[in-house]
Design a protein around this ligand. Structure first.
Ligand SMILES: C[S@@+](CC[C@H](N)C(=O)[O-])C[C@H]1O[C@@H](n2cnc3c(N)ncnc32)[C@H](O)[C@@H]1O
Length: 253
């Protein structure tokens, strides 16, 4: 499926919401990705405001981040002062060294599907690691989750991140990587934790999701009001990070 370019750049309009409402990523994921990867320079694709960058940068890595949105990139540089930031899409980025690890958090699906695997292969050193992960946002109570999903459904909105416990993006990546002789050592991990979100923060989280952001305000705001009336004070959220790992084979292709 082609990337929806209009949708891929809606995040920069919501930097503050993104910062306050989106969950981060678990430290254990960083530990396990770094155990899997060889030592050396690290590349992040689609770093946004640095939600994943911050946990990786804390490990004292030589880290380069590619991020096309100038507003996201400004927040990224402020949040993670030690990292190199390249403003632009990954498709236009020319790696200046072979990377031991390329990771992408909640962003790999925005890179051109016809080119993303070639680009990853070209950026990685032989035996370098590819780590692709996405967060899933689940309202813990199944009845409340169904009621909120029903409002979304009625308004014709669906997102791969909210209310979906099937990791479709990881599954697609796994299938493609399994069929690609340039990659080997496929592995998958899953991490989950819970967090209380008051109603306002839940609605802010929804406001950061591209499927909702692209709605015109006159459709989005009544829908959010409806969600608000279902929510009550707030919700216990279960966040699940699904990780797919692969390694570039050592022989040249
Ligand atoms: C959902 S956000 C994820 C941001 C961050 N990684 C996180 O987990 O919070 C997706 C990010 O991908 C960026 N992006 C969109 N198209 C891209 C592309 N072609 N190459 C690199 N990044 C892209 C967007 O600007 C946005 O910052």
């Amino acid at each position: 499926m082609a990337v929806d370019r209009e949708r891929s750049v809606v995040f920069g309009q919501a930097v503050d919401l993104y910062e306050s409402a989106r969950p981060g990523y678990p430290d254990r994921l960083v530990t396990e990705v770094l155990e899997y990867a060889p030592d050396g320079p690290v590349l992040e694709v689609g770093a946004g405001t640095g939600k994943a960058t911050a946990v990786f940068a804390a490990r004292d890595l030589d880290l380069t981040c590619v991020e096309p949105d100038a507003r996201m990139a400004a927040a990224l540089s402020a949040n993670c002062p030690g990292v190199r930031v390249e403003i632009g899409i990954f498709e236009d980025y020319t790696p200046d060294r072979p990377f031991a690890l390329l990771y992408s958090a909640q962003a790999w699906h925005w890179v051109d599907p016809e080119r993303r695997w070639d680009l990853a292969h070209a950026a990685l050193a032989p035996s370098g690691a590819l780590a692709l992960f996405w967060n899933h946002y689940l309202v813990t109570d199944p009845a409340l989750r169904a009621a909120l999903a029903e409002v979304d459904h009625r308004h014709g909105v669906s997102s791969a991140s909210l209310h979906q416990d099937t990791p479709v993006r990881n599954e697609e990546s796994r299938h493609l990587l399994a069929d690609d002789p340039r990659f080997t050592d496929l592995d998958e991990r899953s991490y989950s934790w819970t967090e209380w979100y008051d109603a306002a923060r839940y609605l802010d989280l929804v406001r950061t999701i591209s499927a909702y952001r692209i709605l015109p305000a006159e459709r989005r705001e009544p829908m959010l009001a409806e969600l608000g009336s279902v929510l009550g004070d707030g919700v216990d959220m279960t966040f699940v990070t699904e990780l797919t790992l692969a390694r570039r084979v050592s022989k040249p292709f």
